[in-house]
Every structure is written in structure tokens, then in C-alpha cells.
Design a binder for this molecule. Structure first.
Ligand SMILES: [Zn+2]
Ligand SMILES: [Zn+2]
Ligand SMILES: [Zn+2]
Ligand SMILES: [Zn+2]
Length: 351
């Protein structure tokens, strides 16, 4: 991620909705692809004030009405009546806003989702809705379990329990993952190095890209690197994993214990690590912590990531926090990352 600059000279960040210096409204302009100052116009639209842009934009409805987005829609060249930005229009289900705290949870989910989409765009990965002609179409559902409030049971569906996961392009996130205390408890229970919203998005989008890039296209190559996904099948693998856990020594060949469950989970965990690595290197370049932009060479990416990881982990430890870069990338894991890297490279711009 990069930082941005307001026309007043102040630094702006990806999540900003106003400038702390000049007080302007701030939002993502789809024309110059910057977080930019916005000047209100008489007709309710805004002008992007980034030098050289000047696009006339509208705020996404989830920005102007709901306060959970900071993106704009270009007035010119956009279907009239389009209410939502490029990120929000992928939503299929949003949380029940009559439940206390759900709006704040939703805002956190949207912020993580926008960061995901920025990362996909940076890598040139294709994605889109059914209207864009994508099969499977990418969509998001943010749902809560049944929670008793004021003596009533409120839920999206009768007696529903929501599993975070992916099916046919639909990424479902249980909104309790947006609760820090809940999420940390789950992290400890599952023995995970990290558990974050952006991490969930990066993992689940990995399943989406398996369907889009690997299924019926590169399955033999996939099997050679990740193992046979058809034997044992996913259901058998799941019950084996919950009975026996991860084999000892998994760290040599897997990025996480969960990755040992089935080749699809191994791929999703490895894909998530690849997205995290690319995002971290992109940020490091923009903030001048490394002196070159990612150049498409995996060995260089890995070398920079290891160097950066060492520094960031030491700083995290100094502050008593979890290691920022917990994964040790062994040669076996690098081979899996290499397969992901080739798939991403092959997909670049293919949408
Ligand atoms: Zn400003
Ligand atoms: Zn602009
Ligand atoms: Zn939006
Ligand atoms: Zn998964």
C-alpha cells in the first residue's frame, strides 16, 4: 500500500475520509486511482482535486449513507443508477444493522476488503461479478450467527450458523471475526500465528482463484506440487484433520498447520502468504524501506521478504507483539509459492 497526498500537502492514508489538515472530504477516486481531496459541487457530486485529475465523482452509497466505505464512483462512463463503488457492488449480504455493534464490524470488514481489492489490482489479477461476465462471479456475504439481543433472536436466517469460507465465488465471513476479543480467542484456540480480517480475505480469495485459474486448467501441475486434491476427498481430509491434527514437522513443507488439512487449504494458505508478501513488499517500496519495486522475480521477492521480516519481527518483539512475519519459507514452501507466482503471472491482465 502507498500513502497519498492531499492537494494541501498533507499525507493521506488508504482509509481516510477527511483531511486532518484542510478539512476536505477525502475518498478514493476511481479515475486517478488515488485517495484524494474532494470538493463539493452544487449538484451533490464532488470534484477530485488531485493535480491533473479533476474527475467528477459521486460518493459510494456505503460512504455517503452508511459510513463504511471511502470510495467514489466516476459520474462519466458509469451506468447511471450505479449506487455502489467497485468494492461494495460485490456485496451480496451485509450484516443486520439493527444489531448493536454490527455497523462498526461491517466497517472493519469493508476496510479489509478494500485492501484486498487494492492488492488484487496491484497484481493485475482478474475478478468480477456475474454482470461482468465472470464465472464463478466474485461476491461477498458478511453474516452473523444467531445472537440473543433484547430477548429476541436476530439472524440472517432461521437457526443459522455461519462458517467463514468460499463456495462458487461467494466469500462468506462470519462477522464475529471483526470482534478483536473473539478473534484473538479463536487464534489461541486454533494455535495460529496470526488471525486477521485481511488474512481471512486473502485465504478465501485463494479458493476463488483455484476455481478461476487452476480448475480444469492446471490441475496436473497443481497435484505435482500440492498433492492429489481428489484423494482423499475434502470431506475425508477434514475429518482426518480434526481427529488427528497436523503431522509433526509440518513446518518443513507447509506455511501453517491448517494447510496440512487438504491440498486446497494448502493452496489457499500459500496464496494468502503470497498476497501478504506482495503487499508488504509494495508497502516497503512506497515507504522506501526497499530500494526497488517488485520486479516479477520470485527469488528476489523472497530475499527481500526475508530481509524485511527479520527487521520487522525484531521490532515486533521489542514492542512485545506477535511476530509480524511468522512464516519461515523453506525450500519446499518456496516451490509452492513458485506455483502460485506462475499462476498469478499467467493470469495478469487476463480478465
Ligand atoms: Zn488537505
Ligand atoms: Zn481523481
Ligand atoms: Zn463502496
Ligand atoms: Zn480455506
Amino acid at each position: 500500500m502507498q500513502t497519498f497526498r492531499c492537494v494541501c500537502g498533507n499525507t493521506l492514508f488508504f482509509e481516510n475520509t477527511s483531511c486532518g489538515n484542510c478539512g476536505r472530504d477525502v475518498g478514493w477516486c476511481p479515475t486517478c486511482r488515488q485517495v484524494s481531496g474532494l470538493d463539493a459541487r452544487d449538484d451533490g457530486t464532488f470534484a477530485c482535486v488531485s493535480p491533473g485529475c479533476g474527475a467528477v465523482v459521486r460518493k459510494c452509497l456505503n460512504y455517503s449513507q452508511e459510513g463504511v466505505c471511502n470510495r467514489c464512483i466516476a459520474v462519466a462512463g458509469t451506468r447511471s443508477g450505479e449506487l455502489f463503488c467497485d468494492c461494495c457492488r460485490l456485496n451480496e449480504t451485509i450484516p443486520d444493522l439493527s444489531v448493536d455493534g454490527n455497523r462498526a464490524r461491517w466497517a472493519q470488514l469493508e476496510a479489509a476488503k478494500r485492501r484486498l481489492i487494492y492488492g488484487l489490482d496491484s497484481l493485475g489479477l482478474p475478478y468480477g461479478s456475474a454482470a461482468d461476465g465472470f464465472d464463478p462471479p466474485l461476491a461477498f456475504a458478511f453474516k452473523g450467527d444467531v445472537i440473543p439481543t433484547q430477548g429476541l433472536w436476530r439472524t440472517m436466517g432461521e437457526g443459522e450458523r455461519v462458517y467463514t469460507g468460499h463456495a462458487d465465488g461467494m466469500i462468506t465471513i462470519n462477522i464475529r471475526e471483526a470482534d478483536d476479543a473473539e478473534r484473538e480467542k479463536l487464534r489461541v484456540d486454533f494455535g495460529e500465528a496470526h488471525r486477521t480480517l485481511i488474512g481471512h480475505f486473502r485465504h478465501e480469495i485463494g479458493h476463488y482463484y483455484w476455481d478461476l485459474l487452476v480448475r480444469d486448467r492446471a490441475e496436473d501441475g497443481f497435484k505435482a506440487v500440492f498433492g492429489d486434491h481428489e484423494n482423499p476427498d475434502y470431506g475425508q481430509a477434514l475429518s482426518l484433520y480434526y481427529d488427528n491434527g497436523a503431522p509433526s514437522g509440518w513446518q518443513e513443507t507447509y506455511v501453517s498447520a491448517y494447510a496440512t488439512m487438504h491440498p486446497w487449504e494448502d493452496w489457499a494458505e500459500t496464496f494468502a502468504l503470497y498476497l501478504a508478501m506482495a503487499a508488504m513488499l509494495d508497502t516497503a517500496f512506497h515507504l522506501r524501506l526497499v530500494d526497488a519495486a517488485p520486479d516479477g522475480d520470485l527469488a528476489t521477492m523472497l530475499a527481500r521478504y526475508r530481509g524485511l521480516g527479520l527487521v520487522l519481527n525484531e521490532i515486533s518483539r521489542e514492542m512485545g507483539l506477535l511476530d509480524l512475519v511468522p512464516a519461515v519459507i523453506t525450500d519446499a514452501i518456496a516451490v509452492k509459492l513458485g506455483f502460485v507466482h506462475d499462476m498469478v503471472g499467467g493470469a495478469r491482465g487476463a480478465g
